[in-house]
Design a protein around this ligand. Structure first.
Ligand SMILES: Nc1ncnc2c1ncn2[C@@H]1O[C@H](COP(=O)(O)OP(=O)(O)OP(=O)(O)O)[C@@H](O)[C@H]1O
Ligand SMILES: [Mg+2]
Length: 180
């Protein structure tokens, strides 16, 4: 297992582009089967981060928020980014609801189809569906800085922990606080 001690990383960004850049770093690191759960209020920067992840995966298509379609898929270099926005689902969506919507299948396939990277906005709404190996990113707006954001990144499981360890190394900071 890669550096199992690294579990949490906090990164502060001060501009949209910096959050995008963190996404691009993550997109360059993730392997197929990775599931990313993105949380944060309206306008926190979840889609911005996914746009960065797409860029890091080599996807040149413009990534837009799938709020009205629930799921968008983007292919690049033999891999696929599956972008889910659970905003329109009720809090506490059940496994049965999600199965009806096909979401459970998509998340199951993440494991089986080693090409898929799945990023979910408003992940809180479908928490019951996530695999044990998960990279969770919670974005919070700074109270005193319009373009300030804090990314709290938490890994559970070996695959996600490996990504978190790489990200920590890239920011050359000990487990704890990084600024960007
Ligand atoms: N540091 C920052 N990181 C990310 N976005 C920022 C930052 N500073 C300002 N912004 C702005 O905040 C907005 C973030 O929008 P974005 O669509 O990414 O949020 P979201 O969390 O996906 O929202 P929603 O819940 O509506 O889907 C953009 O207008 C972006 O330019
Ligand atoms: Mg969004």
């Amino acid at each position: 297992m890669n550096n199992p001690t690294v579990r949490t990383l906090i990164i502060h960004t001060h501009a949209r582009d910096a959050t995008h850049a963190i996404g691009a770093q993550i997109g360059g690191m993730v392997a197929g089967g990775q599931v990313l759960a993105l949380c944060g209020d309206l306008g926190a920067g979840k889609t911005t981060l996914v746009q960065g992840i797409a860029a890091g995966m080599g996807i040149s298509t413009r990534v837009t928020s799938p709020t009205f379609v629930l799921v968008n898929e983007y292919a690049a270099n033999g891999r696929k980014l599956v972008h889910i926005d659970a905003y329109r689902l009720a809090e506490g969506t059940t496994l049965a609801d999600a199965a009806t919507l096909g979401l459970a299948d998509i998340l199951d396939e993440a494991d089986m189809d080693g090409r898929n990277v799945i990023a979910v906005e408003w992940a809180d709404r479908i928490r019951a569906l996530f695999p044990a190996d998960l990279l969770q990113i919670e974005i919070t707006a700074a109270a005193d800085e319009p373009d300030g954001r804090t990314l709290l990144i938490t890994a559970t499981g070996a695959q996600s922990s490996a990504v978190l360890a790489q990200l920590s190394a890239l920011h050359a900071c000990p487990p704890g606080e990084c600024a960007s």
